[in-house]
Structure formats: structure tokens, C-alpha cells
Write a protein that binds this ligand. Structure first.
Ligand code: SAH
Length: 208
């Protein structure tokens, strides 16, 4: 199987096969190649249905989880997005193809630097990669139409709710041993509603 065939079968089996129909998200998965974002030694697992280690005790998320979180954001070409937990930069690249602008934060310097270098070299010019603790979000570029957190805090960081634009959506895994993927929506009046999506397992969100 060629890399392209492996990527297409990942999209067919893991995404479409699980009921994902959002054509713009599926297209983003066709355009962005996960192989470029996994460590060289794990190339054979680049399209596997699982998270993979990327060093420093962190992981690149399972493709399906990246897809669902992205779909839940409901992005279009006018959207401004904040991602907390750049990691490999894979989800950043997916978001970059769907949105107008992406700010992505990572607290581990080495991961921040390698993801930034890779995203720059691949021409993702609407991405701003920031080194730092995303627990307080990134107020400098707020408000955001979408905020996605790819590490789990014990409860929703208040700052992220503040930085959400009216009509905006926050997707975040909440919990410690047991985690739930949660979507918070802010309506035009600024009122918040929240819904549980399904149980997940992310690396913990560090604070400080
Ligand atoms: N979306 C990434 C997921 C990486 S794992 C990918 O698919 O590759 C989650 C990342 O969140 C880790 O790299 C971890 O270092 C980072 N992280 C954890 N707590 C953070 C915080 N408070 N601020 C910024 N990044 C954080």
C-alpha cells in the first residue's frame, strides 16, 4: 500500500466509517499528511487508529479524536481559532486549512520549536505558534470563534470562557483519571451552554 492509499483508508475506515460526514473536515484530512507529523521511527504507524508518542511524555492524538474535535468547532474560512497543546502540530495544520487564523500554544520548548519549524516549512502561514502556558489562554489575540484544548485540565479554565467570542465554541477534555470531552457554546448574548460528547483520554494539562 502506498502512503496515499494508507491515508485514504484511514479516512474511509476511521472517520467516514464512524459516521463523519463533514466534507470540509474530511478534505482537510486528505490535504494534511499525518506521516509528516509523527516521529521518523513510527512512520509505519503514521495512519494507525491510535495516539502515538512524540517525546517528552506527550502524544499525537488519534486521527478520529482530532477529527471530532475539529468538527465540533464548526469552523469556516472566517474563523479565528486558539489551540492549546500544539504537540506535533498535526491538528494545527488541520485547523489551518479550515480557518482564517490559528493561534497555537505549547508549553514544552522543544515541541513548540519543532512544530513551528515544520509548520513554517510546509507553508502554513496563517498559524501563530506561541511558547507558553495556555491555561490562561492567549488574551493578546482574543476573542476566538473556536478554542480547542488537546490536554485535559481538571475543570474548565475560566480564562478560556472569557476569550470565547459570542457565537464561539470551546472543545475541551475535562477530568483527571476519568475525562469527558465537553463542548461549551457561547451565544450572541454571551450565555454559556455545555454538552458532554463522550469519554476520552488525554495527557494532563499542566499549569505553570
Ligand atoms: N494536538 C496535539 C496533541 C499533543 S498532546 C497533536 O495531535 O500532536 C497535548 C500537548 O499539550 C502536549 O504537547 C503538552 O505539552 C501540551 N500542554 C499541556 N499543558 C499545556 C499548557 N498548560 N499550555 C500549553 N500546552 C500544554
Amino acid at each position: 500500500m502506498t502512503a496515499d492509499e494508507a491515508k485514504n483508508s484511514m479516512i474511509r475506515n476511521q472517520l467516514e466509517g464512524r459516521g463523519m460526514v463533514d466534507e470540509s473536515v474530511l478534505r482537510a484530512f486528505r490535504v494534511v499528511d499525518r506521516l509528516l507529523f509523527v516521529p521518523e521511527g513510527l512512520a509505519r504507524l503514521a495512519y494507525a487508529d491510535e495516539p502515538l508518542p512524540i517525546g517528552y511524555g506527550q502524544t499525537i492524538s488519534q486521527p478520529f479524536v482530532v477529527a471530532i474535535m475539529t468538527e465540533l468547532l464548526g469552523l469556516d474560512k472566517t474563523s479565528r481559532v486558539l489551540e492549546i497543546g500544539t504537540g506535533s502540530g498535526y491538528q494545527t495544520a488541520i485547523l489551518s486549512t479550515l480557518a482564517r487564523e490559528v493561534v497555537t500554544m505549547e508549553r514544552i520548548k522543544e515541541l513548540h520549536e519543532s512544530a513551528k519549524k515544520l509548520l513554517d516549512s510546509l507553508g502554513y502561514s496563517n498559524v501563530r505558534a506561541v511558547l507558553g502556558d495556555g491555561y490562561g489562554g492567549y488574551p493578546d489575540a482574543a476573542p476566538y470563534d473556536g478554542i480547542v484544548v488537546t490536554a485535559a485540565p481538571p475543570s474548565i479554565p475560566e480564562a478560556l470562557l472569557t476569550e470565547l467570542a459570542p457565537g464561539g465554541r470551546l472543545i475541551v477534555p475535562i477530568g483527571t483519571a476519568e475525562q469527558m470531552l465537553v463542548r461549551v457554546m457561547k451565544n450572541k448574548k454571551g450565555e454559556l451552554t455545555s454538552e458532554n460528547i463522550f469519554p476520552v483520554l488525554f495527557v494532563p494539562m499542566r499549569h505553570g
